[in-house]
Design a protein around this ligand. Structure first.
Ligand code: BGC
Length: 376
């Protein structure tokens, strides 16, 4: 059945491309169509205006999606004068499909998705492909999906920075044989797998050498912050001597910090994070969180928007790198950006980069801490 649809689409696409297909240079397509040459416009519908559809995953697993990604993507499309439709699936897998269908029906000629798991991503990529709409995996790779591009950060490096961060904070505290709890991201997010690979590459040698003691190690479904609190509460009641927490993002970190506070352990037990959210940075300023990982989302949004706009205009952009999809073993053209570790002393870098403002960060009691941290 799917084969039928595919070959039909292939035939339609061949027809649509008409003369240019014979020319061989796909880059000519838009020129020909825009020139309004009689033969092109007779056989092909007028070139569709570039329109990009973006599906964000949710607004609870991290503040980044609505506060940073949406804003930077909107700005990038606006600056290029390209129409965009940015929606949020609010962690609803059915809604994710419906939004994708609607975007295609409404004329999107490229989709950018942050999958809720590889299954949701794959379903959208297959449907879109069948209708000639390329898909860009934004931030999360869809395993076995075969997206046209993947734009993200070096996520193993993110995890490595977290592992090294925890080691640094434990060393500063002169911890001896600390018991480590690992609060991992969603088991269905390939990024969570990569983060864990990264931090375990730092922690495992410490466990093996007997320098650190491996404690509870659990994934948090859908990165759900509330569940993370419950999970960590159980970890701590079963193992009251937890001395370091590798939390995969700021939301999970904050969930752990809330539990540590109840037990008067905040500030004593270092906790990691990721995303440089206002909450995470404030936890660092307060001394309750050891570090976070800053990913300059503007760079990620700009890189993805650039590819999406080119694709939507019928151009054939290329990416600077590639990643191997571990499921399909196929290469996906990719842009991978570099993350940065943030501690008390360089929280100011995140402000200087314009990612968070002094006004939102240095509220109330944090004002004094901001001054101490050199935030201008
Ligand atoms: C992203 C993180 C984010 C997490 C939860 C991951 O895929 O890379 O930045 O914190 O999802 O939304």
């Amino acid at each position: 059945m799917r084969k039928g649809i595919l070959s039909l689409t292939a035939a339609t696409a061949a027809l649509t491309l008409g003369l240019t297909a014979c020319g061989g240079q796909s880059g000519d397509t838009t020129t020909t169509q825009n020139s309004g040459s009689a033969s092109a416009s007779a056989s092909a519908p007028a070139a569709k205006a570039a329109k990009v559809g973006v599906i964000l995953p949710d607004s609870k697993s991290s503040a980044r999606w609505e506060t940073a990604d949406r804003k930077y993507l909107e700005e990038a499309f606006k600056a290029a004068g390209v129409e965009s439709d940015i929606q949020n699936a609010q962690n609803d897998k059915n809604a994710f499909q419906t939004i994708a269908d609607q975007m295609i029906t409404n004329g999107a000629n490229v989709l950018m998705i942050v999958n809720l798991d590889s299954g949701t991503g794959k379903a959208v990529i297959e449907k879109a492909k069948a209708q000639g709409v390329p898909v860009i995996d934004y931030d999360r790779l869809t395993l076995g999906g075969g997206a046209a591009f993947y734009v993200s950060f070096d996520n193993t490096k993110v995890g490595q920075l977290q592992g090294e961060g925890l080691v640094k904070c434990l060393t500063d505290k002169k911890a001896s044989k600390p018991i480590i709890a690992e609060l991992n991201g969603s088991p269905t997010d390939n990024n969570a797998t990569l983060f864990k690979e990264g931090y375990d590459s730092v922690l495992k040698p410490k466990y093996d050498a007997g320098e650190y003691v491996k404690g509870p190690d659990q994934s948090v479904p859908d990165w759900d912050n509330t569940q993370a609190g419950t999970i960590f509460e159980n970890m701590l009641s079963e193992q009251s001597k937890i001395a370091g927490v590798l939390a995969a993002n700021d939301g999970l970190g904050n969930a752990a910090i809330t539990v540590l506070k109840k037990n008067k352990l905040n500030g004593k037990v270092p906790v990691t994070g990721q995303d440089a959210t206002v909450q995470g940075l404030q936890n660092i300023l307060a001394g309750d969180q050891c570090m976070t990982v800053y990913k300059a989302i503007k760079q990620e949004a700009d890189a993805a928007a650039k590819l999406a706009i080119a694709v939507a205009k019928g151009e054939k952009p290329t990416a600077s790198g590639k990643v191997a999809d571990p499921e399909s073993k196929q290469d996906v053209p990719a842009e991978l950006l570099t993350p940065q570790a943030i501690y008390f002393d360089n929280v100011k870098d995140v402000v200087a980069d314009g990612y968070v403002t002094k006004e939102e960060l240095c509220t109330g009691d944090f004002a004094k801490k901001c001054t101490e941290a050199g935030i201008q």
